[in-house]
Design a protein. Structure first.
Length: 328
């Protein structure tokens, strides 16, 4: 069988798995077993996110990184799994800047007090991501529940599936296609970069040493590069300074991220990559020419798709008592 045919079969298999899993997820899954569950999650989010709005970006990123490895099974939350004895996803290189684990633990503890052993960490991650964006004034979307928690978390499995900030369009397209997501999903979900921050270390090569000879990325707006070098990322190995991904609009879930892309001011190479093909550039332009409500609608659709990647349901997995550990 050719590699191309194998790729098509692999994608079809992923979509088939997603389709069968979708049937087991349902709106209001906990209506009888833990009727206050979703309200507890929402109240916790609405209490804390307005005080730290940047955490909303971190929490949706946490869900994104979780779903792209083994599906949306909360495997990113595990500190240790006896089944592998290996470094878990949480401590792997692509996840070293992930935040929000303590926030998820806080929600889980409240839900456990209300309904012990009923609500999965995977559902909490998904609900928290949605509610956090809503709390910032952003879009809402449907979150069917009924996910169960995975038993395996292997750090080595994060290398490859999770899109990196230096990924080109071809790599990004493959990353998303492997999860049953298309180019439109890629462009729309990248719009989450309208809130939150990026570390200098994730893009400083574009400022100081793009091709290894002390040059800057020619696709990066030179005025913006100078500003970043003078005021933010003052040396190439700065791993602590954070920069707004959407300067001047970091607290608002809007379309300005896409405006920056067309001005060659997308912070990461993966942002700039969205303007390197006629197809993705056209999608960016269409979003900008449409209404904010249209963007919210499209974002909701893509988030609903992403939240159903490779979910465990029925008797698969477990309902963890502590999100950081599999049950004994």
């Amino acid at each position: 069988m050719s590699s191309f045919c194998y790729f098509l079969f692999a994608i079809a298999g992923l979509l088939g798995l997603a389709g069968s899993a979708n049937a087991d997820l349902q709106m209001g899954f906990y209506a009888k077993s833990c009727p206050k569950a979703e309200k507890i999650v929402q109240d916790y989010v609405y209490k804390h996110i307005p005080n730290t709005p940047s955490l909303a970006a971190a929490l949706i990123r946490l869900q994104f990184h979780d779903c792209f490895v083994r599906g949306c099974d909360a495997s990113i939350l595990l500190n240790f799994t006896s089944s592998t004895g290996n470094q878990t996803e949480k401590f792997a290189i692509p996840n070293l800047t992930i935040r929000g684990f303590g926030f998820i633990d806080g929600v889980k503890s409240l839900v456990e007090k209300e309904c012990p052993g009923i609500v999965s960490c995977a559902d909490i991650v998904t609900l928290v991501a949605r509610d956090s964006i809503v709390a910032t004034g952003g879009p809402s979307w449907k979150v069917p529940t009924g996910r169960r928690d995975g038993l395996i978390s292997n750090g080595s499995e994060t290398i490859g599936p999770i899109p990196a900030p230096f990924s080109n369009l071809s790599t990004l397209q493959t990353n998303f296609a492997n999860q049953g997501l298309d180019l439109k999903d890629l462009v729309v979900l990248s719009g989450a970069h309208t809130i939150g921050f990026g570390h200098c270390s994730s893009f400083s090569n574009r400022l100081y040493n793009f091709t290894g000879v002390g040059d800057q990325d020619p696709s990066f707006d030179s005025e913006y590069v100078t500003n970043l070098k003078v005021n933010k990322c003052k040396f190439i190995n700065d791993s602590t300074t954070r920069v707004e991904m959407d300067p001047g609009s970091v607290r608002t879930f809007d379309l300005s991220y896409y405006s920056l892309l067309l001005k060659r001011r997308g912070l990461f190479e993966s942002d700039a990559a969205l303007t390197t093909s006629l197809t993705t550039r056209a999608l960016v332009t269409q979003l900008l020419q449409g209404s904010l409500e249209n963007f919210y609608t499209e974002f909701a659709k893509s988030m609903e798709k992403m939240g159903q990647i490779g979910v465990l349901t029925g008797s698969s997995g477990e309902i963890r008592k502590n999100c950081a550990f599999v049950n004994k």
